[in-house]
Design a protein around this ligand. Sequence first.
Ligand code: ADP
Ligand code: MG
Length: 300
Amino acid sequence: KKKKEPTLSKKKQKEARQLYPEPLVSFQELRNKYRVSRRLTANIGEQGFSVPTEVQMGSLPLLLWNSAIDKTPSSPKESQELDLLVVAPTGSGKTLAFLIPLINNMVQHHRQNPGQREICSVIVAPTKELVGQIVNEGRKLAVGTGVTITAMRKGMQVMDLIHDEENLLEEKSSSESDPGSSSDNETEDAKSKSKGKKTNTTVTKSDILVTTPLALVNALSANKTKSVSPLPSVEHLVLDEADVLLDPLFREQTSAIWNACTNPRLRISLWSATMGSNIEELTKETIKKRRESLAIENSQ
Ligand code: ADP
Ligand code: MG
């Protein structure tokens, strides 16, 4: 006898429709419904991706909800800030699903705040190989958008930590004299190479930083013996292979990064191929803890 698939009740289905945006049916909708940058949408096509995979259909509308043209059926306010746990099999296209919103978010940010780079995104992945793959895929997608993607390397400092007014001003003036912007105001990468001029260490101030947990924890604790310095400007934190990042081997490092991201607007998304090692509970628990500690900070 065939086992009955678990289904949501009519009422629950209706609730879900009101809570979450419709799945994406084509990459053209990125432009038509979510105002995704023309260049980024074109790059997706040029990479040979013509139809979104299932996980992309489901997650992209949630992550792009902020820039949706038509926000009906109305998602609740919180949908703009929802943290996300995405579980989909290996090879289902999760990388593209988290890269598109991150890149688009940075394109929009640069458009609204030309020359400034005070927010960024961090992608954490468990191995150097994965970090390399994500950087490669990201750079292909970001060609011509002006968005910079960097792999964290040994000895690198996180520019983000240093609130350097002078550097910001320098960047501003160099971007003002930047010639030949396209109508979409998406300029080439040139101006983004903002190296800290006063230090000897390599300093990165990338839009999207891709890192293993250890590399980032090391950089963040370089000047301090015990604690990890805060990363106040990170708006998006992506944990790829989250089941691995939350397993006992990496968990301490991952939560150190997680806790270092002190921006109240931080949005976390976790991507995993399995629901193993109680990932759902771990996720809820960690998110709850973070929200609580933020609430305490805010009330002080
Ligand atoms: P996952 O992280 O879910 O294991 P990946 O992001 O590594 O999967 O993607 C697996 C493969 O699928 C990659 O080669 C990627 O380029 C390809 N891919 C991703 N999205 C699409 C798409 N929409 N159409 C066709 N191929 C895709
Ligand atoms: Mg993957």
